[in-house]
Ligand binder design. Structure first.
Ligand code: CU
Length: 125
């Protein structure tokens, strides 16, 4: 009886394994220098289901905004800060700046630089 249960459990584990292996934890270290992301291609690619961390490093204080997932993050100069999200919806999402320097926090409203710093691309499974 016990071995049957063990077998059943093994089967369940074997069946579950492939899908569990597809979702991954992905961490990206991103460096901003002189108001640009230092990274060839300037996009981050993940797969739907991934648990994603964008770890931002900047040489200047900045408030970042990832569109779609709508995450805002304040990054201080020289101190890494993290954006974490589960990539539940596929698509291409720009990360823009709400302003560099120490003053942006007092600004009203919601303004962006005209250029995206980075694109996050979430691919279907
Ligand atoms: Cu914004």
């Amino acid at each position: 009886m016990r071995s049957v249960l063990t077998m059943a459990l093994l089967l369940v584990l074997l069946v579950l394994q492939p899908s569990a292996a597809m979702a991954a934890e992905k961490i990206f270290d991103l460096q901003i220098e002189q108001r640009k992301v230092v990274r060839p291609g300037a996009s981050v690619r993940v797969v739907k289901g991934d648990a994603v961390t964008l770890r931002w490093h900047s040489d200047e204080a900045v408030q970042l905004h990832m569109h779609g997932y709508d995450i805002q993050l304040d990054v201080a100069a020289g101190t890494p800060a993290e954006m974490r999200f589960d990539a539940k919806v596929s698509g291409r999402y720009p990360v823009t700046s709400h302003g560099f320097g120490p003053k942006h926090g007092n600004e009203h409203g919601h303004s962006h630089g005209h250029e995206a710093l980075l694109y996050v691309e979430v691919y279907p499974e």
